[in-house]
Ligand binder design. Structure first.
Ligand SMILES: [Zn+2]
Length: 403
């Protein structure tokens, strides 16, 4: 980095106080934005829009569907540098059973508690204030810096699909999901699968006249556990954690005295870049074939669960460790934290995959640490919020360039 850029970074890191960042994240957490809220993400989107408008940032709400706007903000570049997008989601999962007040955020011993504090209003707040910090520091970025705060990530990534289709289009992007300040340029793909088993109904007292779909499901589950899972656990990826399959839901039958004529098993399959979706389907069909040979009455059908995605397959995310974005993040983490950066692989699936694969925008996941995403006690580390904001700001100065 040139001396002038270093000066600008020093100005930017001082331009926003920790208390401002904590306040913004608390304000974001205070506004529920999960699917059970009638207005869904609308209120939190409007709040962020007003907040950044007051700061003089160029920002607009852009509806993805009725009442569900993405927030798109930008710092326009002064020249022809590379553009960078900071992407985070506005929605959270519902409260479920929490041990803390979900929407009355409080800060205690360096932790900010509340639903969505970690996943991911913390990261989102740090991203929003990155634009503010660079603006206050008169950073004069050469390339554009965007913030896209999106709807529906926790369900079918509606918001980021809209960004992929309608822009803005950036050269590189960072998704601010919680990584504990580790740089995560890769993760597995995610597919939700339904297996339907078909039998024949009969009275339970004359069960031999029927075909039991629950028994079929149980034979399938045994095959999965004895044959498929051991194979998956041996598979290794150059980029990501090993593949997994989770049996998540089983539903079948009507009542105890009836032979069940239908049963469905819902599965979550995390697939690695070395696999393909085709292969994921084939492996399950192979189990069907084996079961059919063992019992000709076996009848099953594999379907993709339509609720988990909109139109874009949830492919794995792979960005090379040598990519300039990863390198720049490494230097930024070192500068900000004084410790060498860790480059690892994210355990979950994120919108980064859609940006990398469908928008051709190499995207890396980097965000704060904490605990309890989707769980009973959720918090984000407040020191990490500050580190994140500074890392984002330094990376933007480095990659977008600054005259
Ligand atoms: Zn998330």
């Amino acid at each position: 980095m040139a001396t002038r850029q270093v000066d600008r970074f020093e100005r930017a890191r001082k331009a926003v106080r920790k208390s401002e960042l904590e306040k913004l994240v608390r304000d974001l957490v205070r506004i529920p934005s999960h699917p059970e809220v009638p207005t869904q993400e609308k209120e939190v989107a409007q709040f962020l829009n007003e907040f950044l408008t007051d700061e003089g940032i160029d920002i607009r709400l852009r509806p993805v569907e009725k009442n569900r706007p993405n927030v798109v903000a930008s710092l326009k570049g002064w020249g022809r540098g590379k553009s960078l997008m900071l992407n985070g989601h506005l929605d959270t999962v519902p409260v479920f059973d929490m041990d803390i007040p979900p929407f009355t955020p409080k800060v205690e011993k360096g932790r900010l508690y509340g639903r969505g504090a970690l996943d991911m209003k913390g990261g989102l707040g740090a991203m929003a204030l990155t634009l503010v910090a660079l603006d206050r520091a008169r950073a004069k970025l050469q390339g554009d810096l965007y913030l896209t705060a999106v709807v529906g990530e926790e369900r079918s990534s509606d918001g980021t699909e809209d960004i992929v289709l309608r822009g803005p289009k950036a050269d590189m992007a960072i998704v601010g999901e919680p990584t504990g300040l580790e740089i995560q340029p890769s993760h597995r793909g995610l597919e939700w699968l339904d297996v339907h088993f078909y039998g024949k109904a009969a009275h339970g007292g004359q069960a031999e006249k029927g075909i039991n779909a629950i028994s079929m499901a149980s034979k399938f589950i045994r095959k999965v556990e004895e044959e498929l899972l051991p194979r998956l656990s041996e598979r290794r990826s150059r980029h990501t954690l090993p593949p997994t399959l989770n049996l998540g839901v089983i539903q079948g039958g009507q009542q105890p005295s009836s032979v069940a004529d239908h049963c469905v098993v819902k599965m979550d399959r995390r697939w690695i870049p070395e696999e393909s979706l085709q292969k994921v389907f084939q492996e399950i069909h192979q189990l069907f074939d084996e079961l059919k040979r063992e019992d000709p009455r076996f009848k099953a059908e594999l379907r993709r669960d339509p609720s988990s995605m909109r139109t874009m397959t949830h492919v794995p995310n792979v960005v090379s460790r040598g990519h300039p974005l990863v390198k720049s993040l490494e230097l930024s983490v070192k500068t900000v934290t004084g410790r060498p950066a860790k480059v690892t692989s994210f355990w979950g699936w994120t919108d980064a995959a859609l940006l990398t694969h469908f928008a051709k925008t190499p995207t890396v996941v980097f965000g704060p640490g904490g605990a309890g995403a989707h769980a009973r006690t959720e918090y984000v580390n407040t020191d990490d919020l500050v580190s994140c904001m500074q890392v984002y700001a330094r990376t933007a100065l480095d990659l977008c360039g600054s005259e």
